[in-house]
Design a protein. Structure first.
Lengths: 325, 294
């Protein structure tokens, strides 16, 4: 009847086990069907597609398009590493570079600011409940609206940033153009951080609340200062949360559609200049506008491999520190 | 002598602590004010005229308020149908995906069935697949189903619902598995001894006990699906983000209607804000609890 019963009788054949657990398969069946339909089957097709010369001319043949093996991969990898690729490959290399820096700045900025916020909000002060609620506000703004409302901040004429920096504080000698040129990097990173702050802050705050207070008291008696207490006590409790949220944060920033939504609505176009041509945006545009489906699939497979390598490295780097707690 | 010194040392330290504390509280409120600025400016701009928004000298607080921005935006964006479509798509997705994820999360928490580890690895593995990879075959599969089986998965709300359920179920399984694992089995076993089926025990006992987790998962799905732009756009679904994007791109080259865009941003934020703050307590505790467990 129960799980315990089966565990104490290990001599079960595989078939009997399947039969015993049939109810579990019934429970996961709907989720498995959707996973097959939306993730697994399309992904297998896409990986196969990346070996095909699938473009406008061959689209009707679909999976019977000419098989060219690793040709796309070779073109992309050789093109990017040697800098000799055509304009398409050059664009992809640039997008890769942009995405790496965008991810580092966005995730680093989010982590740093949310850590400060979490530590501040963990203190006792009047209005703490209200403060904790207000800090969640950026979260409820949909990502495509985040882009729109930051347009109001960055407009060269009438934008809030230039009003503050130019008209009020006179820190710059002419209004900055935020939405064209190299400043577009800052213009995209700041809304992305703003949007990601609440989630990271909440996660860190909840981890801070499980730190036993007597550990701090003991450390105070030993004469530890605030930084020493943070390093030897607080950080240990935050580490597992930082590990998970930053890992997913990096992946979703690197190839997710959150930054895509923000960028497309911030610049009112999906044709972004060379500074903000992020990977997702570049692959979508190159694949769909030029209808290079095989090439796009190969580029995406490489992105997935990069994500897998990142997760592997991340685990190896942090596993030790997670276990030692 | 020694006593007096000690006392003054402590009191000066106390005052220093109090000053530091006050400064930190001020810093907290300054940071929160900065975070609030974009939202306040959005609200303000939704009542300002289009010329004021792009003027560097017009007052920030409008001298003449323009609440008609909202009604004009509603007509210009044809917002009614968009809003209805979004509600249908996101509402159905949330209900179905939460239930499916609860069932799968429950199975993973309760049974060590053959394949459980592989399945749970696959569930988290789906998060490592870039959307740009599986999207083209997915679109073509949906198109094939539409043409050959007659199920309208392209250019129809149904397609987006199926897609979003597939998208958001894996993460929800992750969150919910932790919840079901933390619910003691005794109650279910008791009910089953009393003659209830496994399904009965799940629906009548475990599901209500996991309500905080269910609520936070549902809010999470609702918020994420409400945000989704790219896949809806490519599937030809007329949801709010898709409609707003079409409006903005239709205006490309001409002056953007910033006044309408501000009003639209406010309107799309309202449903999530209401839901979020009504259920904030459950949502936060649910999300963090699930994350810590898994």
């Amino acid at each position: 009847m129960t799980d315990l019963a089966i565990k104490t009788t290990p001599k079960n054949t595989f078939g009997r086990k399947l039969h015993h657990y049939r109810i579990a398969y019934v429970f996961i069946a709907p989720a498995v069907i959707f996973m097959l339909l939306v993730h697994i089957i399309p992904t297998i097709q896409a990986i196969y597609m990346s070996f095909l010369d699938l473009n406008t001319r061959t689209l009707l043949q679909y999976l019977r398009a000419p098989f060219i093996g690793l040709e796309h991969y070779r073109n992309i990898i050789v093109g990017i590493t040697s800098g000799t690729g055509d304009s398409l490959i050059k664009g992809l290399g640039q997008a890769l570079n942009n995405s790496i820096w965008f991810t580092i700045w966005t995730q680093g900025g989010t982590l740093l600011i949310s850590l400060i916020l979490a530590l501040l909000l963990n203190r006792e002060f009047r209005g703490r409940g209200i403060a904790r609620t207000l800090v969640l506000l950026p979260w409820v703004v949909p990502t495509f609206a985040v882009g729109i409302i930051f347009q109001f901040i960055w407009l060269q004429q009438g934008g809030l940033a230039n009003r503050i920096l130019f008209s009020w504080l006179h820190l710059v000698d002419k209004p900055i153009s935020w939405l064209i040129g190299p400043n577009t990097r800052t213009a995209l990173i700041i809304p992305a951080i703003w949007n990601g702050l609440p989630f990271q802050t909440i996660m860190l705050l909840s981890a801070l609340q499980i730190v036993p207070v007597d550990l701090y008291e003991a450390a105070s008696i030993d004469g530890a200062n605030a930084w020493q207490k943070f390093k030897s006590i607080t950080y240990n409790y935050l580490k597992p949360v930082i590990f998970t949220t930053t890992m997913f944060g990096v992946i979703f920033t690197f190839f997710g559609f959150g930054p895509y939504n923000i960028a497309v609505s911030l610049f009112s176009s999906d044709n972004l200049g060379s500074f903000n041509n992020l990977l997702t945006i570049a692959i979508v545009r190159q694949t769909f506008n030029n209808q290079l489906y095989g090439y796009g699939a190969a580029a995406s497979v490489l992105v997935m491999i990069a994500a897998l390598i990142f997760v592997g490295v991340w685990y190896t780097l942090f596993r030790k520190s997670l276990i030692s707690d | 002598m020694e006593n007096i010194q000690k006392k003054s040392y402590f009191s000066s330290r106390k005052t220093r602590n109090r000053i530091v504390n006050t400064l930190l509280t001020i810093l907290t409120w300054v940071l929160i004010s900065i975070i609030m600025i974009p939202i306040l400016f959005m609200l303000l701009n939704s009542f300002r005229s289009r010329t004021d928004i792009v003027s560097s000298t017009a007052p920030l607080i409008p001298q003449v308020w323009h609440p008609e921005n909202y009604t004009k935006m509603w007509a210009a964006f044809k917002f009614g149908p968009l809003f209805l479509n979004s509600m249908i798509v996101v509402g159905s997705t949330t209900a179905i995906a939460t239930l499916i994820a609860a069932m799968a999360g429950y199975a993973l928490a309760r049974f060590r069935f053959p394949g459980a580890d592989a399945y749970s690895l696959a569930v988290s593995g789906t998060q490592l697949i870039p959307g740009t990879l599986f999207f083209i075959p997915l679109y073509l599969t949906f198109l094939w189903i539409k043409n050959n089986l007659g199920i309208p998965l392209v250019g129809n709300n149904l397609g987006a619902i199926v897609l979003y359920i597939g998208f958001y179920t894996p993460i929800s399984i992750w969150i919910l598995r932790g919840f079901f694992a933390s619910i003691p089995v005794d109650l279910e076993e008791q009910a089953m001894v009393d003659g209830t089926t496994r399904f009965g025990a799940f629906f009548k006992i475990s599901l209500p006990l996991a309500m905080p987790g269910i609520v936070s998962t549902a809010i999470y799905i609702f918020m994420t699906a409400w945000n989704e732009l790219f896949f809806g756009y490519t599937l030809g679904v007329k949801t709010v983000p898709v409609g707003i994007r079409a409006f903005i791109q239709g205006a490309a080259g001409t002056q953007l209607r910033y006044d309408y865009m501000a009003a639209a941003s406010v309107v799309v934020t309202i449903p999530i804000t209401i839901m979020f703050f009504a259920l904030q307590k459950q949502f936060i505790s649910g999300l963090t609890q699930g994350a810590v467990k898994s």
